[in-house]
Design a protein around this ligand. Structure first.
Ligand SMILES: NC(=O)c1ccc[n+]([C@@H]2O[C@H](COP(=O)([O-])OP(=O)(O)OC[C@H]3O[C@@H](n4cnc5c(N)ncnc54)[C@H](OP(=O)(O)O)[C@@H]3O)[C@@H](O)[C@H]2O)c1
Length: 285
């Protein structure tokens, strides 16, 4: 579907599904385009007021205006570069002090296209600041209020490359593997205290991300690329289903359950007092 067709469909769905009850405010990072802008449309029609964060004021304002017109929700914008500690501190302060916030969507992220040594180390550093450090600091800022109210949710956007880091730049995959591991741990620590944690694991999704990462999307086979609206709709359906991990394209959830069962089986064997037999030298045997 074309970008214009998608937008029309999204506006139709927004108008058709508007929920007039308020669910509090959702903070969405990286909401000026792509997946974050679609979350803005969907969450507003689902009953959230919005606080949208990104660097590009003009694009943020366009998204905010559209969402206000379509849903009547309150939409604020915060212009911030989340890889800049000063800007990040401002968003952290909002998360700490605005009592209306009930949902944080950690979506802002960038990729580095090239193999490790061909990449600029400064760009790699900035990617880690945004994909990992900002995500952790924003979660750390909002969580005390959620704990105090025994209510709140965090949605973190990981990537299929977090499970398959061999496929592209390994540091990008590593940042997304971090998001996945962090989400598992947050779920363990906070799910019993009324707080929802969802990690979304998209495969290739048709957004500007690919052009910005200088990896043309049309270089990928069409059958591995998902429409961004459909990806977000699936992710929100996964949230409604109460999923901890949502992999929008995975045809059979049993495959994830098998993978997870194998991981759980390993856990009690990963820390034991004796080295494994295969590492004992011949004279010790
Ligand atoms: N597209 C895919 O194939 C795919 C697959 C798996 C996971 N993901 C993940 O999905 C998330 C969203 O990506 P997307 O595909 O929607 O890409 P996108 O269209 O490029 O959107 C990225 C968003 O992040 C914002 N952003 C970038 N750098 C920022 C910074 N330093 N500070 C604040 N905001 C910043 C951008 O806005 P400004 O430029 O205005 O700041 C934009 O709103 C990312 O975490 C990405 O890793 C994407």
């Amino acid at each position: 579907m074309s970008a214009t067709g998608n937008q029309a469909r999204r506006r139709f769905l927004s108008k058709a599904l508007i929920d007039s009850s308020s669910k509090g405010s959702a903070v969405i990072t990286g909401a000026s385009s792509g997946i974050g802008a679609i979350y803005a449309d969907q969450l507003a029609s689902w009953g959230y007021d919005l606080i949208l964060v990104a660097r590009n004021r003009e694009r943020l304002s366009t998204v905010a205006k559209r969402v206000r017109e379509d849903t009547g929700r309150s939409v604020e914008i915060i212009v911030a570069d989340l890889s800049d500690r000063g800007d990040l501190a401002h968003v952290e302060e909002t998360l700490r002090t605005n009592a209306s916030i009930t949902l944080l969507v950690n979506n802002a992220g960038v990729g580095v296209p090239t193999p490790f040594l061909a990449a600029d180390i400064g760009k790699i550093d900035q990617m880690i600041e945004l994909n990992v450090t900002a995500l952790v600091r924003l979660t750390y800022a909002v969580m005390p209020a959620f704990v105090a109210r025994s209510k709140g949710a965090v949605i973190n956007i990981s990537s299929a490359l977090g499970i398959a880091p061999e496929l592209l730049n390994g540091v990008y995959g590593g940042t997304k593997a971090f998001v996945l591991a962090f989400g598992l741990s947050l779920h363990k620590e906070f799910s019993g205290r009324g707080i929802r944690i969802q990690t979304v694991v998209p495969g290739a999704t048709a957004t500007d991300f690919w052009d910005i990462s200088a990896t043309p999307l049309n270089g990928l086979p069409a059958e591995v690329v998902m429409d961004a609206d459909e990806m977000v709709e699936a992710a929100i359906a996964g949230f409604e289903l109460g999923e901890t991990i949502t992999i929008p394209s995975l045809p059979d959830v049993a495959d994830w359950e098998t993978y997870e069962a194998a991981r759980q089986n390993l856990i009690p064997k990963l820390s034991l007092s004796c080295p494994a037999g295969r590492y004992m030298s011949a004279h010790q045997r």
